[in-house]
Design a protein around this ligand. Structure first.
Ligand code: ATP
Ligand code: MG
Length: 562
């Protein structure tokens, strides 16, 4: 029993306690409530995995509720993108709902509140209202309109609704307590006038409800049992409960708000507002730029749903703010692709290698294992010929003993092929090597079982046959920011930390011909180089790959050191 208790996160413990105290299991219900004002990011994935994960664990419904009370910032494009991302992550909602569906109900409740003396129309400007708010240690002062009659309030509120007033001239406020130690309880605004078209209700409404008024009541309407939100809403809980008290019917379920820490990730920013700036100011190529921490960016980068779910699971749900290392996310995609991604050979910075004792015009189809981690993955063939490309950095004319790649006079194995020895180089006028001349040992073919093939040489390098290789564009990504917490600097804008080298474009890479028929999104391991996937920009004429992640596993190293 204590074992299972231990493995529950603190929110699950809260739910278990509620069940133990008589909450009917069939009443459990959760929601994920995004505002459709941007694309989802890896932080949202934490909330998605949490809420939908609870749904799966307790076999309870989870609603997708769009919190769409800000007509200026919300768009259908975002609604569609959010749905696509949640489905792609592998989750299924019970119902798609919109806070805007509840505008009429919320309005009706507000009218009841006015009648019961719990709300009033204030004619002051937002600045005047702010001035009367007081400070955490000093009580606020009452608005001169606080004690308006019910009938006057009803009349004014109706006129607000009809669009008879200009924006900013009137608000509806809850009448709570201007001296409450919780500043949010000092007569918060419930409605403001906004004469903007809404992406769903169009011109119908001239007044829009505020978040605090909308959120809890939406939870109540949907009968959400546990409304889980991030820590910054902790102080809102008192208001959430106060608003619920205005409408609560004891026959019904009373939603409970509980808070958990936001997911922060190192070397990135995670607010939609900031991500939008990156998009609009052209620092990245759209919301799905592979450098973005958005779900769509990660997808385009080659991340899989499972790797993101596994990451969310390992990073866990915390009670206090913290920053998760980006390396943990990379660890999970590497772990998965190591098991699933076919191995292929690609050369990103090619230099020509000629095997002088290999017959001209001859070609062989060599057998190569698709994935040593997956027995079922089988084999493919890779063409071999006299002239190859290898990576420029895999050759040195002279090098010390620690250099296990190719150097003059020494041997190396060509992956899946033969042992070669480098004999001489050809250089251009600038002194740059243009060709490496080698000889090969015809008996050393990989897997041929001969004594020569078993011979141990220190290094193995990858290659492609020049005649057969396909040209490809390869996009190498680095962190988008040079600072671990770019938005934590008070005196500096987060954009000052944008990494100028976050994208390295390689126009002339070469890949083995088995990649001729790839599809957008396919993942591969380019041997010795990292994991890559096919970008949607890729066509039959021009292949385009993204590097998802390098092979090196810095997270595992960090963990070992601990
Ligand atoms: P942003 O500042 O990025 O716009 P938000 O909280 O305003 O974030 P919402 O669309 O309102 O974005 O969020 C939907 C849900 O996702 C909310 O329940 C919110 O608490 C949760 N969420 C948002 N960001 C994170 C995060 N970084 N970690 C965990 N949960 C998050
Ligand atoms: Mg928000």
């Amino acid at each position: 029993m204590s074992e299972t208790k231990k493995s529950l996160n603190f929110l699950e413990q809260i739910i278990e306690e509620d069940l133990a105290h008589g909450l009917d299991r069939s009443k459990l219900k959760f929601r994920f409530p995004p505002e459709p004002n941007g694309y989802l990011h890896i932080g949202h994935a934490a909330s998605i995995c949490l809420n939908f994960g609870l749904g799966l664990k307790y076999n309870a419904p989870v609603n997708l509720r769009f919190d769409d009370t800000n007509p200026e910032k919300e768009e259908q494009e975002y609604v569609d993108a959010i749905k696509r991302d949640i489905e792609w992550l592998g989750f299924q909602w019970e119902e798609v709902l919109f806070s805007s569906d509840y505008f009429q109900q919320l309005y009706d409740w507000a009218v009841v509140m006015i009648k019961e003396g719990y709300a009033y129309v204030d004619d002051q400007t937002s600045d005047e209202i702010a001035e009367q708010k007081g400070t955490p240690t000093k009580a606020g002062s009452d608005s001169p309109y606080r004690n308006r009659s019910v009938s006057e309030n009803l009349d004014l509120f109706e006129k607000m609704k009809q669009g008879e007033f200009e924006e900013g001239t009137h608000v509806l406020r809850a009448k709570i307590d201007m001296s409450s130690p919780n500043m949010l309880m000092r007569d918060p605004v419930m409605y403001r006038i906004l004469k903007r078209a809404h992406h769903r209700t169009a011109e119908t409404w001239k007044i829009y409800p505020m978040y605090d008024w909308t959120h809890g009541e939406s939870d109540y309407i949907e009968q959400i049992s546990h409304s889980l939100c991030t820590l910054e809403f902790k102080h809102h809980r008192e208001l959430y409960d106060w608003f619920l008290d205005r409408v609560y019917d004891p026959e019904k379920l009373r939603p409970k708000q509980r808070e958990f820490a936001r997911r922060n990730l190192s070397y990135t920013v995670m607010s939609k507002r900031k991500l939008l700036q990156l998009v609009e100011e052209g620092h990245v190529n759209g919301w799905d730029d592979p450098r973005m921490p958005t779900i769509s960016g990660l997808r385009r980068r080659g991340y899989t749903p499972k790797s993101i779910r596994d990451f969310s699971e390992t990073a866990g749900i915390a009670k206090r703010d913290n920053v998760t290392d980006l390396a943990l996310l990379e660890f999970h995609i590497r772990a998965e692709l190591n098991k699933t991604a076919p191995r292929v050979m690609a050369v990103l910075d090619p230099v020509k290698l000629v095997i002088t004792n290999y017959p001209e015009g001859k070609e062989e189809m060599l057998t190569a294992e698709n994935n040593p981690e997956d027995e079922e993955a089988g084999f493919r063939t890779v063409p071999f010929s006299r002239e190859l490309y290898i990576e420029r950095e895999d050759f040195r004319e002279v090098a010390n003993k620690k250099f296990f790649r190719l150097k003059l006079g020494k041997e190396v194995r060509l992956k899946n092929a033969y042992i070669i020895q480098a004999n001489s180089v050809v250089k251009n006028d600038e002194g740059e090597i243009t060709e490496i001349h080698c000889t090969y040992d015809p008996d050393s073919k990989s897997g041929s079982g001969t004594e020569a093939s078993m011979r141990k040489v220190k290094g193995t390098i990858h290659w492609v046959s020049i005649e057969h290789a396909l040209n490809a564009e390869v996009r190498l990504y680095d962190r988008l920011f040079t600072d671990e917490a770019p938005d934590s600097h008070k005196d500096k804008d987060f954009k000052e930390f944008i990494n100028p080298d976050s994208l390295k474009l390689i126009k002339n890479a070469y890949v083995e011909p088995s990649l001729a028929t790839v599809s957008s999104g396919d993942n591969f391991q380019f041997q010795r180089l990292g994991y890559f996937n096919v970008d949607p920009d890729s066509t039959n004429d021009k292949l385009v790959f993204n590097r998802t992640v390098a092979l090196r596993d810095s997270w595992a190293k960090i963990q070992q050191k601990k």
